[in-house]
Ligand binder design. Structure first.
Ligand code: GUN
Length: 295
């Protein structure tokens, strides 16, 4: 029997509607408008499209939103100055620097420069550390979206064998950390596999919940998945364009094969992607409330 679809786009829409009402109330009751700046360096088309989507959503929710585009040859010092400017700007509650950055810029240095209270991506080492000890203010957006989808889809997380494919700082490491924490929506047993793992399929076949953020199109085949597993596909791989020029996207999971084995699966597009943006908005609202002393 084919798996049930975990429709991230629908869940995301519902959460955004809740956020929109919350933002209206914040405005009316105390004149507080969440402010988000997205900083994009260079002209990477995928990054441009992500940033555009983030800005569009911020507008729809009634945020004060600023898109700050900078040329690919901006110096590290100039970018640091820009971040310091937004750190000081009281109208801005969230600062997002779209990754990846050009090679001449030290990503770690940039992420360190963002005020941890405005780090709505959850990438600053202070926030990474807080996540690790279970006291996070800002959960990184993609992992937060994955956890929310798992919880809302009714997956049994507590005690489950979770296998995460990929060890990036943006997805693999944080989601693994979140799911081993004590508490609701967690308490799982987590294995992380990566490019140096001896036998990836040995691990993935044991997973009750399989989370794939490998960056390789259709990497996970049907025979790598246990019957009845819940499969979360974080991959966004452009494999071509339609005659009209629209991007053709596939995930890291071979959907047609795995849909026959899994009990539930996220589609690409329309799965994890919309949740990521929604969690960014949620973090920005939280940052604004914290700045106003409400949290
Ligand atoms: N690049 C890919 N994913 C992300 C993300 O979640 N945040 C930022 N800032 N850059 C990214």
């Amino acid at each position: 029997m084919a798996a049930r679809l975990i429709k991230g786009a629908e869940v995301a829409k519902q959460i955004r509607e809740e956020l929109k009402l919350q933002v209206q109330e914040m405005k009316e009751k105390r004149g507080l408008v969440p402010g988000l700046v997205t900083i994009l360096v260079g002209e990477n088309p995928a990054s441009q499209s992500y940033v555009r989507a983030k800005q569009k959503t911020a507008h729809e929710l009634g945020f004060y939103s600023v898109q700050d585009d900078r040329p690919a040859d901006i110096t590290e010092e100039a970018l640091l100055d820009l971040i310091r400017k937004y750190n000081e700007d009281p109208k801005i509650h969230g600062i997002l620097v779209q990754l990846p950055l050009p090679k001449h810029i030290d990503e770690t240095k940039i992420l360190y420069a963002i005020d941890p209270d405005k780090d709505v991506d959850g990438f600053h080492p202070v926030n990474v550390g807080k996540l690790m000890i279970g006291t996070a203010d800002f959960l990184p957006c993609t992992p937060a979206g994955i956890q929310e989808l798992l919880v809302r889809s009714g997956a049994q997380i507590e005690g489950a064998e979770v296998v995460v494919v990929g060890r990036s700082n943006i997805v693999g490491k944080p989601i693994a950390n979140m799911l081993i924490q004590k508490g609701p929506g967690a308490n799982a047993t987590v294995t992380v596999v990566h490019t140096r793992t001896r036998d990836v399929a040995f691990h993935t076949r044991r997973a009750d919940i399989l989370i794939v953020a490998a960056g390789v199109p259709k990497y996970i085949k049907g025979d790598m998945v246990k019957e009845g597993a819940v499969v979360i596909d974080v991959g966004v791989n452009e494999v071509g364009r339609t005659p009209e020029g629209k991007r053709i996207l596939v995930g890291d999971v071979d959907f047609d094969e795995v849909v026959e084995k899994a009990s539930a699966i996220t589609p690409v597009p329309g799965g994890v992607g919309p949740m990521t943006i929604t969690m960014l908005m949620k973090n920005t609202v939280k940052a604004a409330l914290k700045a106003a002393g409400d949290l």
